[in-house]
Design a protein around this ligand. Structure first.
Ligand code: ZN
Length: 275
């Protein structure tokens, strides 16, 4: 297959294209062919250029605040030209509350100011010519980890007052922790009690007291997700997956990467890489 052809376009009146140029260069660095329309393009011009240049995807950049009118107009102009098979992605200064509206109008994906050019490039690659690097999105919350000083003293609230079912209690010696599993729908609360002073849970209790310690999201392929996070420069605590409870594979993302939340990736036993 040939190179992926991307039309990078700036609809609207704002006169800054540094962002669009940075994106264009980053996509070229990823082996794509980029056609840049230049500043102040109308929706008609952009749709025409996309058809004439026979591009695989359109990338829109908007700093003007007019994305809510201009992006849907471009989708309309593509419809008029029977060219809705060309996916459109957008980015720039776009407030989060506008994103669902734009997705509803037919924009495939919006990248925000925190997005890396790496994630944009790999998204386009997988959209147009998948090379198998796409990582499935997390399916659910695997569990919420709650640090407690003593499971036996805490349990009655969860089982009697909240009415949750205690599924089991397990010691994970490698983490210096005893875990009580409380079922809630398809997820669990995990009460985490330190087994010794060097346990990370003991350190957490000393520093912050009892409370929510981490949130675990379930992933299908933890190695692929870790590789993707590494490629985006996301700070990790565990570069490699390690064994967790119930023979799961787990790894922690650094809380600095997630505004103070400790996020765990968890892959259930029997899933992922061996498939
Ligand atoms: Zn956990």
């Amino acid at each position: 297959m040939g190179k992926i052809r991307v039309l990078v376009a700036k609809p609207g009146l704002d006169g800054h294209d540094r962002g669009a140029l940075v994106i264009s260069q980053a996509l070229r660095d990823h082996g794509m062919e980029v056609i840049y329309t230049g500043l102040r393009q109308t929706p008609v011009q952009i749709a025409q250029a996309a058809v004439q240049e026979d591009v695989d995807v359109i990338g829109l950049s908007s700093l003007s605040g007019a994305h809510k009118t201009l992006f849907p107009k471009i989708i309309d102009e593509l419809k008029k030209r029977d060219a809705t098979d060309i996916p459109v992605v957008g980015g720039g200064v776009i407030p989060s509350e506008d994103i669902p509206f734009l997705l509803d109008k037919g924009i495939k994906r919006i990248f925000t100011s925190g997005s890396s050019t790496e994630s944009l490039a790999s998204y386009i690659q997988e959209l147009i010519e998948p090379i198998g690097a796409a990582v499935d999105n997390p399916k659910k919350i695997a569990h919420v980890g709650i640090a407690v000083r003593n499971i036996d003293d805490t349990l009655a609230f969860y089982t009697d007052s909240l009415g949750m079912e205690l599924e089991g209690v397990e010691k994970v010696d490698s983490e210096g922790v005893k875990i009580a599993f409380l079922k809630i729908g398809e997820s669990r609360f995990e009460l985490l009690e330190p087994l010794n002073d060097s346990s990370p849970i003991q350190k957490f209790l000393d520093k912050k007291g009892e409370g929510i310690h981490h949130i675990a999201v379930e992933v299908d392929n933890i190695e692929a997700r870790l590789n993707q996070l590494k490629s985006e420069g996301v700070r990790l605590i565990n570069e490699k997956a390690k064994s967790g409870a119930h023979n799961s594979q787990i790894a922690f993302i650094h809380p600095k990467a997630a505004n103070g939340v400790l996020v765990e990736l968890a892959q259930q036993a029997g899933e992922g890489s061996e498939e």
